[in-house]
Design a protein around this ligand. Structure first.
Ligand code: URC
Length: 286
């Protein structure tokens, strides 16, 4: 029996970068949270404390800020590709770089004035390694709700089942979705906008018999409308809304008054794929 070093990676997590592009009268604002993770031949530091191959995580943080000045910051996908290629290209002991970015939206109020608009966070995950570059775009915390057109019944019952069947309920979720691109060269912002719209439209349009059915419809719509995408993964918490019992007060409740549940919540997760899509070249998590 031997004890050996397993998979490992390291990097600087959550470097907060705000970039102001001052060209012209109207400024542009980009607000990112950038995490870098590098892996490769890192056995020496783990086994002997030999740091000859350990680019400091402090340097990774500095690189994020320096690249923002030297190259500007466009889409999170493009900025992630630039950074990931830099680390793999300049550090021979590093074979794979993953850059994960959260982008916070700011709505323009004037030429140099903005309001943080927080109805979702855009995400990008770039992995550059031996198999090339893999780009995963996504969003999280997009809260959607339908006040009707949602049923849930026909499920198995056992001695612990108390849930009443319903043909009319509120369906609400906070969308966490990631989608994998077929190439590393796309109009990232147009692609993101199209995928976001497809997700929302499918949620609105789907008459739902389960959140699972809605999940598939959302994924299917994104892949149908975005040929540049291979696969989408969704995690949809079922944000339960319970009909309040107003009978003790002599009141009826024709599906008007609800208790918004916090926890526990159902968590519905699934992947929708193009069956002819090439497999992912790197692991990616939702
Ligand atoms: O859309 C739903 N899917 C479930 O799997 C489930 N389970 C549950 O209790 N309520 C619901 N709703």
């Amino acid at each position: 029996m031997a004890i050996v070093l397993g998979r490992n990676r390291y990097g600087k997590a959550e470097t907060r970068l705000v970039h102001v592009a001052r060209g012209g009268d109207s400024h542009r604002l980009v607000d990112l949270n950038v995490s870098v993770a590098l892996s490769g031949d890192l056995a020496a530091t783990h086994l002997r404390g030999d740091n000859a191959g350990v680019l400091p995580t402090d340097t990774m943080k500095n690189t994020v800020y320096a690249f923002a000045r030297e190259h500007g910051v466009g889409s999170p996908e493009a900025f992630g590709l630039l950074l990931a290629r830099h680390f793999v290209g300049t550090q021979p002991q590093i074979d794979t770089a993953t850059v994960s970015i959260e982008a916070y939206a700011w709505e323009r109020l004037g030429p140099h004035s903005f309001r943080r608009s927080g109805d979702f966070v855009r995400t990008a995950g770039v992995t550059v390694g031996g198999a090339g570059a893999q780009v995963v775009s996504g969003l999280k915390d997009l809260v959607l709700l339908n006040t009707t057109d949602s049923e849930f019944h026909g499920y198995p019952r056992d001695r612990y089942t108390t849930l009443p069947e319903t043909t009319d309920r509120i369906l609400a979720t906070a969308v966490d979705a990631r989608w994998r691109h077929l190439t590393d060269d796309t109009d990232w912002d147009a692609s993101f906008g199209g995928a976001h719209n497809a997700l929302v439209e499918a949620f609105v349009d789907t008459y739902s018999h389960s959140l699972q059915q809605t999940l598939y419809a959302m994924g299917e719509r994104v892949l149908a409308e975005r040929p540049e995408l291979a696969e989408i993964r969704l995690a949809l918490p079922n944000k339960h809304h319970y009909l309040a019992d107003l009978a003790p007060f002599g009141l009826d409740n024709p599906r008007e008054v609800f208790i918004a549940g916090d926890r526990p919540y159902g968590l519905i997760e699934g992947t929708v794929t193009r069956d002819d899509a090439p497999p992912a070249s790197a692991e990616w998590y939702l």
